[in-house]
Design a protein. Structure first.
Length: 408
């Protein structure tokens, strides 16, 4: 009897050890191309392509590459953290070829369902040959039905066969790297960068687009666009300015150590200063910050300084500074980023913090101040690398203008 009982106990231990071992085994994923789909409003699906290699997921948006190196496994669960933005993908590994879950932005309480499948390389499926060519410039109007919400944009696209890349430029920035197809007479474009999940769908008739723009599962708006080679947006240097009665720009906001920083500090005296109004959650701000960091590293000995004022929607000061620190570390930002506001990225509240401006129209906005402390120019928005020639034009104009200020 005792021997029988001993055998039974050993049997249970062996079984339990096997079970424990199987639950702790690391789940593996197939290397190679994956296709993800986010489920948006109206059950629309936003596709994007990734590659899994050496324990890194890389997101592809046209020429853009975003590496997610922070991949965490917990049993059959996986968390994929975006490198700069707080958004992350969290899902269940159903098999080596399928992951289902949610794209989560904690500070905004936004949750968007997604599914990822291995081996599917086409961003959009194409059923028919393209009947139109969208290459060129498009004069665009979003939300024409609403006086409060409507705004103009410029679509800039390049089509090769049924494949399309390009972006929409607005007065406050661009919609970054869009990629998609023309299927028959329908245009489909998408991008996913960890901050934004954008889908554009439009039918084209007589050189006019009729479509909808989806942002995540919280926003949908109509747009129309007409081919217009000569259309251009208003100058980015005419939209934001000092209000009457103000002749200078100033601020006093804390850095991560709690020290209050202002333009009156010694580090800015007799220097050309570029003040960047931004947010760590903002892709256009990220593009601009990358360029400013490169420029500053190459030119700081010339007598130029940068300082960023961050307007964060993170719910607490601690979380806001975590976002700031993450941006500085990931990008290697060599100049100070101060916390101007947390709990909201409201431009109305930003105006209250910077009452000398007629308005804060866009994140980012850059204020150029000469060696005597006089505001010489204010540039609204940013044309990032996705805009091609416009980005290179900005870089040329920026460097020429700053050089002129340095030589005064």
């Amino acid at each position: 009897m005792k021997n029988s009982l001993l055998v039974f106990v050993v049997f249970l231990l062996v079984i339990s050890c096997k079970d424990a071992g199987s639950s702790s085994e690391k789940v593996t994923l197939n290397d190679g191309i994956w296709r993800a789909e986010l489920t948006l409003k109206d059950q629309k699906l936003l596709p994007f392509i990734l590659e899994y290699k050496d324990s890194v997921f890389t997101v592809f948006n046209a020429e853009e590459r975003i590496e997610m190196t922070d991949i965490q496994f917990d049993g059959d669960s996986i968390t994929m953290q975006m490198p700069v933005f707080e958004g992350f993908l969290r899902g269940k590994i159903v098999s080596e070829e399928l992951i289902t879950g949610n794209f989560i932005k904690p500070s905004l309480n936004r949750v968007v369902p997604f599914a990822m499948r291995h081996g599917e390389a086409n961003r959009f499926e194409v059923a028919s040959k393209p009947l139109v060519d969208v290459s060129g410039n498009w004069e665009t109007l979003f939300s024409a039905h609403s006086e409060e919400d409507k705004y103009i944009a410029k679509g800039v696209f390049d089509q090769k066969g049924d494949k399309v890349t390009g972006t929409f430029r607005t007065t406050t920035g661009d919609y970054r790297y869009l990629e998609g197809v023309v299927d028959d007479a329908t245009l489909k474009l998408s991008t996913f960068d960890g901050a934004h999940a954008f889908l554009f769908e439009a039918t084209i008739k007589d050189s006019i687009m009729y479509g909808f723009f989806y942002s995540g599962n919280h926003w949908k708006e109509p747009f129309t666009a007409e081919m217009n080679a000569g259309f251009e947006l208003p100058s980015a240097e005419s939209l934001t300015y000092l209000k009457e009665g103000y002749d200078s720009f100033d601020f006093s906001f804390p850095n991560a150590e709690g020290t209050m920083v202002s333009l009156k500090d010694e580090q800015f005296k007799n220097k050309v200063v570029i003040v960047q109004i931004m947010g760590t959650w903002c892709p256009n701000c990220l593009d601009e910050t990358k360029y400013y960091s490169e420029y500053y590293n190459a030119s700081k000995d010339k007598g130029v300084e940068f300082v960023s004022l961050a307007f964060e929607y993170a719910p607490s000061e601690e979380k806001a500074f975590l976002a700031i620190n993450r941006l500085q570390e990931k990008i290697g930002v060599p100049y100070p980023i101060l916390l101007a506001q947390y709990g909201s990225s409201s431009k109305k509240k930003a105006n209250e913090k910077l009452p000398m401006l007629n308005h804060v129209l866009s994140y980012p906005t850059s204020i150029f101040i000469d060696k005597k402390g006089k505001v010489r120019k204010i540039h609204t928005g940013f044309n990032g690398p996705a805009t091609g020639d416009k980005y290179h034009e900005f870089v040329t104009n920026f460097e020429e203008f700053v050089d002129a200020l340095l030589n005064e």
